[in-house]
Design a protein. Structure first.
Length: 252
């Protein structure tokens, strides 16, 4: 039951919750769950203001905003989905900032999985031994997009494509590997650091995929007075300590 519960929690896409008075509703990429939860708790304790967090894949959240979901702030795991909203006039361009960076890793199931030498000669299908490579949606979710780009750059995508199991967000891919449902997966370094039941077996070269950047911005039309203060708090030294401790590269 515990295994099923963990998988369902990882795969769930949080539904938008209307922000209450004196609160701010933040749509954020699933890979930010642990860091933002801690930061929101500290912000609440210091200011008395509530931060409501809704986590999912960046693509799902961006589409919810396009469909009129009442978010105040959006934190994406890549630039493309933020660019799409900006091009649609759905974010406040003046509020946009680049907050964080990350790395992309190959993980194995278990705390002591053997390292993998990633190169064009790596036999990923052979390593999978009939199992699956867990990845977030490779055409929509940033972690999956980065993963496909990295595998393509290394000349490995065509050979492993038919062995990939795709999930709605990166935390769901992480859960599949942690639960032993997939022997390997492609996730962010910060996700791997948060899960004791996986091992980082290789890190993808930074030049094998687009730079992993997390932009943040206020959603256009939101007149929430907390938008600016919470965005500023996300760029504060206190927030930077949390992000850095959890493995993110702090850009501001």
């Amino acid at each position: 039951m515990r295994r099923v519960r963990r998988l369902l929690m990882a795969m769930a896409i949080a539904m938008p919750v209307p922000a209450m008075a004196d609160s701010v509703l933040v749509f954020a990429a699933a890979s930010l769950r642990d860091a933002l939860t801690e930061i929101a708790d500290t912000y609440r304790a210091e200011t008395g203001h509530e931060v409501i967090l809704s986590f999912a894949g960046s693509s799902a959240l961006a589409r919810q905003i396009q469909n009129g979901a009442p978010a105040d702030l959006f934190l994406s795991a890549n630039l493309d989905w933020m660019d799409a909203l900006e091009n649609d006039g759905l974010i406040d361009s003046d509020s946009r900032r680049a907050l964080l960076g990350n790395a992309l890793v190959l993980i194995g199931s278990g705390a002591d999985a053997a390292p993998v030498d990633l190169s064009p000669d790596t036999d990923l299908p052979g390593l999978l031994s009939g199992g699956r490579l867990a990845m977030a949606l490779v055409e929509a979710v940033p972690a999956g997009i980065y993963g496909k780009a990295a595998l393509t750059s290394l000349g490995l995508w065509d050979g492993v494509e038919d062995h990939v199991v795709q999930t709605d967000n990166v935390r769901a891919a992480l859960a599949l590997v942690a639960l032993g449902e997939a022997p390997f997966g492609v996730v962010y370094a910060t996700d791997a650091a948060a899960e004791p039941d996986v091992s980082v077996v290789a890190t993808f070269p930074a030049d094998s995929h687009p730079a992993i950047v997390y932009p943040a911005a206020a959603v256009a039309g939101s007149d929430n007075a907390l938008n600016g203060p919470f965005l500023d708090y996300l760029a504060s030294a206190k927030a930077a300590e949390v992000f850095g401790r959890m493995g993110f590269e702090v850009l501001e």
